[in-house]
Design a protein around this ligand. Structure first.
Ligand code: HEC
Ligand code: HEC
Ligand code: HEC
Length: 453
C-alpha cells in the first residue's frame, strides 16, 4: 500500500467514525430532547406573568377567596400527593409506600410537618426545590418516582399553597423504612444527571391561541394531575416520551390505557359527558369502571374536583393528537348471550367457565350486563376488550371497590381463593365471552403479577 493509499484509508475510517458518532449523538439527542407536554398544540406560548387571558392556575372560582390552607387542600387533591405518600392502611402523608423496582425498593418519604422525620424544617425555597427541581432539603437529589418532571409546571403560588396545607396537618413522628436499592442505583448523585437531561425545570406557559378552558385543562392534566406519568410510554431512560403522548403503557403492573382521541383504541367513541363521569365517579355506562391505580386516583383526587375543572380536563384530552394502539380493538358493545352454556368460550375453556359460574356470575351475569349494579357491567369495558387481559387478571387478584361506599356489591379479591392457572383461565374466559379478542394468559404470567404486587 502506498503512503498516499494508506492516508486515504485512514481518512476514510475517520469519516466513518465521525458518521457513526454523529448518528449515535443524534439518536441520543432525539430521545433526550423530545417535545414538551403541550408542544403538540403549536402556536405562541407565554409566561404566566405576561399572559393576558384568564389565569389557568390556582383553584376554581368558588374557592378563590378561601384561606391558603383551604386552597392548598384542593390543590393537594388535584396533584394527588396523598396516594404515593401514604403506606397501605397508613396515616395519610406519613410516607412509607414501597415502590418495588427491578433494582430494589424505594420508599416514599413523610410529608407531614414533623421536623425530624418529616418536612417540618423545609423553607419555601426548599419546598419549591423538591416540587420543581427534584432536590430535597440539604441538596439531596430525589428519585423521579417523585414526579417532579411533571410538577415542575406547577405555579409557585400553587406549590406554596400545598405547603401551607401540608404544614396544617398533625406532624407524624416515625422513622422511614430504609431503601434497598442496589449499586449503582443507590447513588443519588446520578439523579442530578437524569434531572439535568429530563426535567425542563420550567413553569406552565399558556398557549395564547387556545381557549381559557383548554389552558386550565392543560394545567390540571400536566402540572397537577400528572396523568402522563401512567398513560405516556417512557424512553429507555425512564423519562416520558411525548411523541407517544397518552398512548397508554403498563405502569406498576397495571395497563393505563390509551386516552388519546383515537376512535378504536382511545377515547374517541366516548362522549364528553361520559369522560367527565368516568373521571369524577370512576364509572361510565357502557365503558366500564375504574379499578387499580385509576380507581385510587379517582378516590383520592379526581372525585374532589369541581365540575368546571373536570370539563376543562376533558376539553384538553379531546385536543390531543390521536394515536392508535394495535392490540386495543374497538370495544365490543353488544351483550353476550345470556345462556350460560353458549359461546366458544364455554366449550374451549371449561375450567374458566366453572370458576366464572362459581365465583363471578352472581354479580356479573352471563350476558355481561350485571343483574346487580351497573358498576359491575362488563360489556363495553376496556379491560375485557384488551387482549392482554392484564387488568382483568389484576382485578381478580386484588378486587375492586369503586361501587358507591357501603355497597355490598364491591368486588372481593380472589388472589387467595384460586391458583394461578384458575385465575388465568377465568380471565381468558371473560375476554373470550365479553370482549372482541380472547386473551391467552398463562399461569406463569399470573405468578409474575402476584410477585410484583
Ligand atoms: C407518584 C408518586 C408520588 C407523588 C404523586 C408525589 N410524590 Fe413526593 N415523593 C415520592 C417519592 C417516592 C419520594 C422519595 C424520593 C426519594 O427518596 O428520592 C418523594 C419525595 C418527596 C419530597 C422530599 C421529602 C424529603 O423527605 O425530603 C417532598 C417534599 C415531596 N415528595 C412532596 C410531594 C408533594 C407536595 C406532592 C404533591 C404535589 C408529591 N410529593 C407527590 C413520590 C411521590
Ligand atoms: C397511577 C397511575 C395513573 C394515573 C396518575 C392516571 N391514570 Fe388513568 N388509568 C390508569 C389505569 C391503570 C387505567 C386502567 C383502569 C382499569 O382498567 O380499570 C386508567 C384508565 C383511565 C381511563 C379510562 C380508559 C379506558 O379506555 O377505559 C381514563 C379516561 C383515564 N385513565 C384518564 C386519566 C386522567 C385524565 C388522568 C389524570 C388526571 C389519569 N388517568 C391519571 C392509571 C393512571
Ligand atoms: C360481589 C360481586 C362481585 C363478584 C363476586 C365479582 N365481581 Fe367483578 N366486579 C364487581 C364490581 C361491583 C365491579 C366494578 C368495580 C367495583 O365497583 O368494585 C367489578 C369489576 C370487575 C372487572 C373490571 C370491569 C371494568 O369495568 O374494568 C372485571 C374484569 C371483573 N370484575 C371480573 C370478575 C371475575 C372474573 C370475577 C370472578 C372471579 C368477579 N369479577 C367477581 C363485582 C363483583
Amino acid at each position: 500500500m502506498s503512503v498516499e493509499q494508506g492516508g486515504r484509508t485512514k481518512r476514510y475510517l475517520q469519516w466513518c467514525l465521525a458518521a457513526v458518532i454523529l448518528v449515535v449523538v443524534s439518536v441520543f439527542g432525539w430521545i433526550v430532547f423530545g417535545p414538551g407536554p403541550t408542544d403538540f398544540a403549536g402556536g405562541r406560548h407565554v409566561t404566566l406573568a405576561s399572559y393576558q387571558g384568564q389565569d389557568p392556575t390556582g383553584v376554581p372560582p368558588a374557592l378563590k377567596a378561601a384561606s391558603a390552607v383551604e386552597r392548598g387542600e384542593y390543590l393537594t387533591r388535584a396533584a394527588d400527593c396523598e396516594v404515593c405518600h401514604t403506606a397501605k392502611n397508613g396515616v395519610p402523608f406519613a410516607g412509607g409506600l414501597a415502590f418495588v423496582l427491578p433494582f430494589g425498593t424505594l420508599y416514599s418519604t413523610k410529608i407531614t410537618p414533623d421536623s425530624e422525620t418529616g418536612i417540618g424544617e423545609y423553607s419555601d425555597a426548599d419546598f419549591l426545590g423538591a416540587v420543581h427541581k427534584g432536590v430535597g432539603r440539604g441538596h439531596t437529589p430525589l428519585y423521579p418516582a417523585m414526579p417532579y418532571a411533571s410538577y415542575t409546571y406547577m405555579a409557585d403560588a400553587d406549590a406554596l399553597a400545598i405547603k401551607a396545607y401540608l404544614f396544617s396537618l398533625k406532624p407524624v413522628h416515625q422513622a422511614a423504612p430504609q431503601n434497598t436499592l442496589v449499586f449503582p442505583f443507590n447513588q443519588r448523585a446520578l439523579m442530578r444527571v437524569w434531572s439535568l437531561l429530563f426535567n425542563t425545570d420550567k413553569r406552565f406557559e399558556p398557549r395564547v391561541a387556545r381557549s381559557p378552558k383548554w389552558n386550565r385543562g392543560a394545567y390540571l392534566v400536566e402540572a397537577l394531575g400528572h396523568c402522563g406519568e401512567c398513560h405516556t410510554p417512557r424512553n429507555p431512560f425512564q423519562a416520558l416520551n411525548n411523541r407517544a403522548k397518552f398512548a397508554g403503557t403498563v405502569q406498576a403492573g397495571w395497563r393505563a390505557y390509551n386516552i388519546t382521541p383515537d376512535p378504536a383504541s382511545g377515547l374517541g367513541a366516548w362522549s364528553d359527558s361520559e369522560i367527565a363521569r368516568y373521571l369524577s365517579l370512576g364509572h361510565a355506562d357502557g365503558h366500564g369502571t375504574a379499578t387499580g391505580p385509576m380507581g385510587e386516583a379517582i378516590d383520592a383526587s379526581l372525585s374532589y374536583l369541581a365540575q368546571t375543572d373536570i370539563t376543562a380536563m376533558v376539553a384538553y384530552l379531546r385536543s390531543l393528537p390521536a394515536i392508535a394502539t394495535a392490540d386495543l380493538p374497538v370495544a365490543n358493545a353488544r351483550p353476550a348471550s345470556s345462556l350460560h352454556s353458549e359461546g366458544v368460550a364455554a366449550t374451549m375453556n371449561p375450567q374458566g367457565k366453572a370458576v366464572y359460574e362459581g365465583a363471578c356470575a352472581s354479580c356479573h351475569g352471563w350476558s355481561g350486563i350485571s343483574p346487580v349494579i351497573p358498576f359491575a357491567t362488563l360489556t363495553g369495558a376496556r379491560a375485557v376488550n384488551d387482549s392482554t387481559a392484564n387488568n382483568v387478571a389484576q382485578v381478580i387478584l386484588s378486587g375492586a371497590r369503586r361501587a358507591p361506599r357501603g355497597d355490598t356489591a364491591n368486588m372481593p379479591a380472589f388472589g387467595g381463593a384460586y391458583s394461578d392457572y384458575e385465575i388465568a383461565n377465568v380471565a381468558n374466559y371473560v375476554t373470550a365471552r365479553f370482549g372482541t379478542q380472547p386473551s391467552a394468559l398463562t399461569g406463569e404470567r399470573i405468578a409474575k403479577l402476584r410477585a410484583a404486587d
